[in-house]
Unconditional design. Structure first.
Length: 316
């Protein structure tokens, strides 16, 4: 169970009272989280999600609240922060920053098909279009600088056969850094995995967990999504799913020639980012009763991306 800070019923009831949403019926921890403590909360007036923020600087929380409000106003299916009757959206519970948000309908899909991927592509384009003209600035705390800083120390514990993957990945970042930073930018979800998207059938009903959101190159966000939604278990890309996601995205925002040039490197950099962060999590939470995602998955994807030569379609 990935609940780092357990709650007692009486303290939750006291926290919820200022929202004036009725009595607490039930609550339970959400097992899927890897960085924050999340709870489903059932009140008389509806279903909600409570998040206790466990990682990251508190000063960034105003960014998340503002970004979600921007996306909510753009009619995107996101969990915006609910204010109390006195207008307070960011509060504290059990010594942690706390946000209460509406619970979105739908469920996660594990076996994604082309229809699911097309929905994800359209959603991602809508997020970018809603923010690219007025970007809310926040550098990623898992960005290029972080990868180059953390990569060498993590190499000390890697098997010998994995070291060339890491070294080549870090060298590619150093070589392409200026070109990557010059790509078209917007606000990014930066973690648009299957466990952060909700569906009813093939209809996308919600996107959650914006706590890795940042400002940066839109192409990076697309690469993160394609790596998770469009990969076979052996790491190779599924052409049908990948083309569906990219075509749907491109129908709303066309890719540029510069993005087409960097597509393959960006797929690899997105793999490297999650390989490194999962290696850190596996070390930090070893032996604890929390969800730890397997770093080997992204090591496998990165190895497959070194062999791939698919082009980014639909570029101007």
């Amino acid at each position: 169970m990935s609940v780092f800070t357990p709650l007692e019923r009486h303290e939750l009831e006291a926290f919820l009272a200022p929202y004036r949403l009725g009595r607490l019926r039930d609550f339970q921890g959400i097992a899927a989280g890897t960085e924050n403590s999340n709870f489903f909360v059932s009140l008389e007036q509806g279903e909600y999600v409570l998040t206790l923020v466990e990682r990251g600087p508190v000063q960034d929380l105003s960014f998340f609240i503002e970004l979600l409000e921007v996306l909510h106003q753009a009619r995107l299916p996101v969990p915006y922060a609910l204010p109390t009757a006195e207008g307070e959206a960011l509060r504290s519970l059990a010594g942690k920053p706390a946000l209460l948000q509406p619970r979105l309908p739908g469920k996660h899909v594990t076996a994604a098909n082309a229809a699911h991927c097309a929905e994800v592509g359209r959603l991602l384009a809508r997020i970018h279009l809603a923010t690219r003209e007025r970007i809310l600035e926040r550098p990623s705390d898992r960005g290029l600088d972080w990868m180059q800083r953390e990569g060498p120390s993590l190499a000390l514990n890697l098997p010998e056969e994995q070291l060339p993957l890491l070294r080549d990945g870090l060298a590619e970042i150093a070589e392409l850094r200026a070109k990557i930073l010059a790509l078209p930018k917007a606000n990014l979800h930066a973690d648009l995995f299957r466990d952060n998207v909700l569906f009813e059938g093939s209809h996308l009903t919600g996107v959650i967990d914006f706590y890795n959101a940042c400002s940066g190159p839109m192409l990076y966000d697309v690469a993160i999504a394609v790596n998770d939604w469009c990969s076979h278990p052996n790491g190779e890309l599924d052409q049908t799913r990948s083309e569906a996601l990219l075509a749907a995205y491109s129908s709303l925002r066309r890719f540029t020639p510069a993005e087409a040039e960097l597509w393959q490197p960006m797929l690899r950099i997105a793999c490297l980012r999650f390989w490194l962060s999962r290696l850190i999590a596996a070390q930090a939470f070893a032996g604890q009763d929390v969800l730890i995602k397997n770093p080997e998955e992204f090591c496998r994807l990165l190895a497959a991306r070194r062999q791939a030569h698919s082009a980014l379609p639909f570029a101007l």
